[in-house]
Design a protein around this ligand. Structure first.
Ligand SMILES: [Mg+2]
Length: 401
């Protein structure tokens, strides 16, 4: 079973260790309202007033006038985070930390050490409570998705383990909004389609979801079925994701190159999202008949996994290469580099916001060109015809030294 351990109101809990008088009170960690501060963490007492993370501090104070605000001390949180990691690594050899207060553990094969999954979850939670004096919740399931949703259901200070085969019964009654990646905008779009709980989503025709949400539609359908990755990466993740295609016959028109590039980028971005990664840079390369392989790259201001942000960058790089040498091309490749996990991003770059940005992009284009005009990457390639019959596709995440 995969465990997801998530500290409860982590920053607030650490602050309470230093200042016990904050216990039981509505407390937030975050910047001052005068400097347009944002809530980084809210105690459960504060959440009852509608206060939540990523909210502006001025709004939080309006909702809860007696709110106590504490400035963040990231050095301190980092120290507790390291101590947490040391504990987690005692429980499993395969631990993937996804943010300062969250990690996945692969518990398969640990039964002889820790007993049943119920026993090991209780022991893990108890150990963190004893050694760090911090509350956490533990979720467990057949894959990371189920484990993550389960820990959310267990909060605060709970344990929720979903037995193998019980995924559907667990997911079906839950609101679609708890699926990682479904934020306000996506939730509203789904509600407009009459989809409220995950059972509704699962009953939906996948083709219809793809029509509505493009590649995200496929991901959404898979998540509704409870499908997720079991692969944890301890410490080092892949440094880049590459996709390339060698043409059966050399291609010498920029239109075809653009279409193939769009498809390669689409695939690379899908695997990025599947792995919970964001890219901080894009590189495009062309190989010519003489095997010279020039490439161009661009660093992104903000890491992203959103196609509509990546596509124009990749196109610009392709056009730069083509302007320099408009000759027959035998191979084209795209590479997403400077990868970071979602957890490495700032406090406020939640996956739901990324998703919403992506959907906003779709919505904007639909507004301009009418519904049905945009279905993301693959459709932008104009189908498989005219690709020049690619035969050697380099797929897969690449681990690099
Ligand atoms: Mg947490």
């Amino acid at each position: 079973m995969i465990f997801h351990v998530d500290m409860d109101a982590f920053f607030v809990s650490v602050e309470r260790l230093l200042r016990p008088e904050l216990k039981g009170l509505p407390v937030v960690v975050g910047g001052a309202p005068e400097s347009r501060g944002v809530v980084a963490a809210a105690s459960y007492e504060a959440r009852r007033f509608g206060v939540h993370s990523a909210q502006s501090m001025s709004r939080a104070l309006r909702l809860c006038p007696q709110l106590i605000r504490v400035s963040a001390d990231h050095h301190h949180y980092g120290e507790y985070s390291k101590r947490l990691e040391v504990i987690l690594e005692r429980f499993s050899p395969v631990v993937q930390k996804v943010s300062v207060d969250e990690a996945y553990l692969d518990m398969r094969g640990t039964e002889r050490l820790w007993g049943t999954v119920e026993e090991s979850a209780r022991l893990l939670q108890g150990t963190i409570g004893e050694e760090l004096d911090l509350p956490c919740s533990v979720g467990g399931g057949a894959n990371r998705l189920i484990a993550k949703i389960a820990s959310g259901q267990a909060k605060p200070e709970g344990i929720c383990l979903v037995p193998a085969g019980g995924e559907q019964a667990f997911l079906d009654p839950l609101p679609v909004g708890i699926i990682p990646g479904v934020g306000e905008v996506a939730g509203k779009a789904l509600a407009d389609m009459g989809i409220v709980v995950i059972a509704d989503l699962r009953a939906m025709d996948e083709a219809e979801l793809v029509r509505q949400f493009g590649v995200h539609g496929r991901e959404l359908a898979a998540r509704a079925r409870g499908e997720g990755s079991m692969i944890l990466r301890s410490r080092e993740g892949p440094k880049s994701v590459s996709r390339e295609t060698t043409f059966a016959t050399d291609v010498h028109d920029i239109g075809t190159l653009r279409r193939v590039l769009a498809r390669l980028l689409d695939r690379a971005a899908v695997s990025l999202r599947e792995e919970g990664l964001l890219t901080g840079g894009v590189a495009v390369k062309l190989r010519y008949a003489d095997f010279r392989t020039p490439s161009r790259s661009e660093k992104l201001a903000t890491p992203t996994a959103v196609d509509t942000v990546l596509m124009p960058v990749a196109r610009r790089l392709l056009e730069g290469l083509w302007d320099e040498r408009p000759e027959p091309v035998r191979l084209i490749g795209v590479r997403l580099e400077r990868l970071v996990t979602e957890g490495q991003m700032g406090l406020f770059d939640q996956p739901s916001q990324r998703w919403e940005k992506a959907l906003e992009g779709v919505d904007r284009i639909r507004e301009r060109h009418g519904h049905g005009s945009l279905r993301w990457g693959r459709e932008l390639t104009g189908g498989d015809a005219g690709d020049g019959g690619d035969r050697a596709e380099g797929d897969g995440l690449r681990e690099e030294p």
